[in-house]
Design a protein around this ligand. Structure first.
Ligand SMILES: *[C@@H]1O[C@H](CO)[C@@H](O)[C@H](O)[C@H]1NC(C)=O
Ligand SMILES: *[C@@H]1O[C@H](CO)[C@@H](O)[C@H](O)[C@H]1NC(C)=O
Ligand SMILES: *[C@@H]1O[C@H](CO)[C@@H](O)[C@H](O)[C@H]1NC(C)=O
Length: 333
């Protein structure tokens, strides 16, 4: 097995380090959605990362990386939003599939309500390798979604997900999620979701008092095949930046992994069979951020970047992605 960690490849005349989605592609499990307001997730990506809208005149502008594969141009946001306030209206998909995230509509958990709120564009300042950028600050009532996706896993098909969150921003309500959900914004039953959850919404889910990286599989947040008791191998997260992974494949296999986005490697918190009633899965292929599948929008958290793949990524591929994340040098601003 060759080591992707230090792999470089030639792009045009430049020598560039492989980014997260280049690494997943090399592993045979390509990204089918790639979302980040902080940086490009392909080394060749120089398109828009996200769109902001300002209050003074409802004008919008798209924020791109400083260079292909680089960190977002935060200066562009700061100058566009000077003297007024801005919200993040769109988080663009960096793959060619146009799986963009926009304001989530009302759902089964919020009958009669309007759509969710949009995140303040300057709500989560951060630095990557010393350069300023902004994450997506989700407070209760805020959420993003795409119900008409392209290439996202459905049914029992295999997929992998990772996201980077602020490990210090969470609550115990439902549900700060990123990943695969119902296309109807309604709870359609067990196995209709496969998303990463971060927070303390399920008491005694992992070791200590949380927060934990859990999986929202619909009708339950899981750490293992059991819906009860504590999974001791799933630790309370104490890091400022957490890399969170959930993946699932046919034949009754799924896993939760995680680590410190600033250093070190990933640990496997669970790998094994699914809970009773979740095999086969009934994934629907919508994408949510900051909410549950039925638009339960009472949770909070901060999202910096995340992807969804086609196929079940190997641990080795994810370990290389973690090395790329560490090399991005996330620090608090
Ligand atoms: C911006 O759009 C909103 C919603 O359509 C509207 O209520 C508001 O008056 C607009 N603001 C300006 C400055 O045009
Ligand atoms: C960043 O945005 C500013 C403001 O829009 C712009 O002047 C500058 O050229 C951008 N930087 C790069 C490297 O594109
Ligand atoms: C969601 O469920 C509600 C209540 O059962 C129903 O009225 C609504 O039509 C459903 N929405 C969709 C998009 O299926």
């Amino acid at each position: 097995m060759f080591n992707l960690k230090f792999s470089l490849f030639i792009l045009g005349a430049q020598l560039v380090a492989a980014a997260s989605c280049d690494i997943y592609a090399s592993g045979g499990t390509p990204c089918v959605a790639a979302h980040s307001t902080t940086r490009a997730l392909f080394s060749a990506y120089s398109g828009s990362l996200y769109q902001v809208k300002r209050k003074s005149d409802n004008g919008t502008t798209n924020i791109a990386p400083l260079s292909a594969g680089g960190v977002a141009n935060a200066t562009a946001q700061d100058s566009f939003c000077a003297g007024t306030t801005c919200v993040i209206t769109t988080i663009f998909d960096q793959t060619s599939r146009s799986n963009h995230l926009t304001r989530a509509p009302a759902g089964g958990a919020t009958p009669g309500a309007g759509p969710d709120s949009l995140a303040p564009a300057d709500g989560a300042p951060v630095k990557l390798n010393g350069q300023k950028a902004y994450g997506v600050f989700i407070s209760p009532g805020t959420g993003y979604r795409n119900d008409k996706t392209n290439g996202i896993a459905t049914g029992d098909a295999a997929e992998g997900l990772y996201a980077i969150f602020d490990g210090t921003h969470y609550n115990g309500d439902c549900c700060f999620d990123y990943g695969n959900a119902e296309v109807s914004a309604n709870d359609t039953g067990p196995g209709h979701m496969e998303a990463i959850y971060f927070g303390t919404a399920r008491a005694n889910a992992g070791a200590g008092s949380g927060p934990w990286v859990l999986a929202d599989l619909e009708d339950g947040l899981y750490t293992s095949a059991s819906s009860k008791g504590t999974t001791a191998s799933n630790p309370t997260i104490t890091e400022r930046f957490v890399t969170a992974i959930v993946k699932g494949e046919p034949r009754n296999q799924w896993a939760i992994r995680g680590g410190n986005s600033q250093s070190g490697s990933l640990s496997t918190f669970y790998s094994g069979v699914r809970p009773n009633g979740y095999n086969p899965m009934k994934k629907e292929g919508a994408i949510i951020l900051g909410i549950g599948g039925d638009n339960s929008d009472r949770a909070e958290g901060t999202f910096y970047e995340g992807v969804m793949t086609s196929g079940y990524p190997s641990d080795a591929t994810e370990n290389s992605v973690q090395a790329n994340i560490v090399a991005a040098k996330y620090t608090a601003a």
